[in-house]
Design a protein around this ligand. Structure first.
Ligand code: PEP
Ligand code: MN
Length: 338
């Protein structure tokens, strides 16, 4: 349920309503828009429907949300959300680029990658220290050592750090280093992990699950937000289909759909979305044209030597080229590459 307050409702009237709800054990979330406040109520719908909320001063109406997620929906918040990651804004006019290697392999490889992506204009360095690999025999990541290297790269370049957290146990250590927590595809429905990152104050990049519907994905975002962390950015990274030429099928219609039904920012990862480096630039351009707020791109100083995802990683030259190409498309979409 959401309760829409009148534009002229006072702070006291909002508090009266929220007090009434919390007193009976319901959870409330406030969305303070430019013109009015909207109160999202979480709890038994039948129970809320019986409360005489609409009779209270300052209340315009009570609406039953038509989708099973609430805080994520445009019904709850009309304005686009802008997520601030330590001074870098994701959403709104900014087109953010997160780039770097699939995995942190060594300090040398990471610092080189950081320089490359920084010089080409990225704002975030990506790199996995904990790698959820399909095979248990594949490189699993440098773990905390890798996080230390990411922090050193941030120190040297000023880039923000986004890196994956793969389980509940490592949330505190990843939080100690990262500016933004990445929840990978394989963990999109790890509800315990979603609830745990929802209790932190770190912005979260939530990748779409390998075979997740848009509804399941938005519900995963709802898990994080319902714990109080509203700083969620979605990432379309392709879904499993019958097509085998590409690693995944990049679902750009999801970008347009999410923009309609949610206020959250959304970025596109054409690297995992295609699995082929030669398709990354075209799909990056298409992602921005579809309305994405940014990109996540795998870049490696020497893709042929990469310990993971070399086939989909851009060379420094191709990444630079991509960064030049997206400026004009971003411009047409009313965005700027900061
Ligand atoms: C990654 O970004 O390194 C990654 C593992 O991506 P995904 O979770 O989308 O497969
Ligand atoms: Mn990868």
């Amino acid at each position: 349920m959401i309760i829409v307050m009148k534009p002229e409702a006072t702070q006291e009237q909002v508090t009266m309503v929220t007090n009434k709800l919390t007193k009976v054990g319901l959870k409330v979330h406030l969305s303070e828009g430019a013109s009015r406040t909207i109160i999202g109520v979480i709890g038994d719908k039948r129970f809320i429907a019986q409360m005489p909320i609409e009779a209270m001063d300052g209340v315009e109406k009570m609406v039953s949300v038509t989708v099973d997620y609430k805080l994520v929906s445009r019904e709850f918040k009309r304005e686009d959300t802008i997520v601030d990651v330590d001074g870098i804004q994701i959403g709104g006019k900014n087109l953010v680029v997160m780039a770097g290697p699939c995995a942190v392999e060594s300090l040398e490889q990471l610092l080189l990658s950081a320089d490359i992506v920084k010089n080409a204009g990225a704002q975030f360095l990506r790199g996995g220290a904990y790698k959820p690999r399909t095979s248990p025999y594949a490189f699993q990541g440098l773990e905390e050592k890798g996080l230390e290297m990411m922090a050193e790269a941030r120190e040297k370049t000023g880039l923000k750090i986004v890196t994956e957290v793969v389980d509940v146990e490592s949330v505190p250590v990843v939080c100690a280093y990262a500016d933004m927590l990445q929840i990978g595809s394989r963990n999109m429905q790890n509800f315990q992990l979603l609830k745990t990152v929802g209790k932190t104050n770190k912005p979260v990049l939530l990748k779409r699950g390998l075979s997740a519907t848009i509804n399941e994905w938005l519900n995963a975002a709802e898990y994080i937000m319902s714990e109080g962390n509203y700083n969620v950015v979605l990432c379309e990274r392709g879904i499993r289909t019958y097509e085998e030429y590409t690693r995944n099928t990049l679902d750009l219609s999801a970008v347009a759909a999410v923009k309609n039904i949610s206020h959250l920012p959304i970025i596109v990862d054409p690297s995992h979305g295609t699995g082929r480096w030669e398709l990354v630039r075209p799909m990056a351009r298409a992602g921005i044209a579809a309305g994405a707020d940014g990109l996540m791109i795998e870049v490696h100083p020497n893709p042929a030597e990469a310990l993971s995802d070399g086939k989909q990683s851009l060379t420094p030259e191709n990444f630079e080229l991509m960064m030049k190409e997206i400026v004009s498309i971003a411009h047409v979409m009313g965005k700027i590459v900061p």
